[in-house]
Design a protein around this ligand. Structure first.
Ligand code: SAM
Length: 216
């Protein structure tokens, strides 16, 4: 059964961090690596899309990162854990869908999204990436660390399976449910470039997770 996205994660909160670090190949390395790409310093601003409990921010703050963080997530419960982890840090949280909430213009030096964007089809991602592009400052970066399909066949098979389950359960296309529909890295990069990013490429990979860096 497909579950609504927010309750899927809220109901798995207990043991969530341990599960991610233990069961996702490369997690112990890709969280610190992702954080190491983020800017730090006075007046620096970072947007975290689908921040969950803030695993990707632990290394950032533990190594002295000082940017102001804006963190968006569908799950209030995950956001509460994130806030409790980083007392005294400059963090604003928004309990919302990053697909719907306005992100503003020319505001952020960097945006980051870890293990969150592999649930959406191309038309949704494209308008979201255009919105994200506008929210970045000149030469701003987007660090996308996510689950990617190993081949076009796998991408198509997973998208078809999700569509089949939606149809069987009578779930409308616009409802946010938890169904993994990862793109290949090549597909993701082409959508980023079509959405306005000037450059995008893979920096590192661990199992099914890759880190893509895109530049405004
Ligand atoms: C697998 S978790 C990853 C959380 C965190 N980034 C990490 O790596 O531990 C995916 C997160 O994305 C959030 N999410 C999924 N779709 C979202 C959306 N449209 N808007 C905001 N958050 C979303 C979920 O609520 C969940 O917390």
């Amino acid at each position: 059964m497909l579950e609504p996205m927010d309750s899927f994660f809220a109901s798995r909160l207990s043991g969530y961090d341990e599960h991610m670090l233990r069961d996702i190949e490369g997690a112990a390395e890709f969280y610190p690596y992702t954080a190491s790409l983020l800017p730090s310093g006075p007046n620096r601003r970072i947007l975290d899309l689908g921040c969950g409990t803030g695993l990707e921010l632990e290394y950032y703050f533990n190594t002295g990162g000082t940017a102001a963080l804006t963190c968006i997530d569908l799950s209030r419960e995950m956001l509460d854990v994130l806030v409790s982890k980083f007392p005294g840090k400059d963090i604003k949280t928004f309990h919302a869908s990053y697909l719907d909430i306005p992100l503003g213009e020319d505001l952020y030096d960097a945006a980051i999204s870890v293990e969150s964007l592999h649930h959406f089809p191309e038309e949704i991602k494209q308008s979201f990436y255009r919105k994200l592009w506008r929210a970045l400052r000149d030469k701003g970066i987007f660090v996308l660390t996510d689950y990617f399909a190993a081949s076009e066949e796998e991408e198509i098979a997973m998208a078809e399976e999700a569509l089949k389950l939606r149809a069987e359960q009578d779930i409308p296309a616009e409802a946010l449910v938890h169904a993994d529909t990862p793109f290949t890295v090549q597909h993701e990069i082409s959508v980023l470039l079509e959405s306005g990013f000037s450059r995008a490429g893979v920096l590192r990979s661990w199992g099914a997770t890759s880190v893509i860096l895109a530049e405004k």
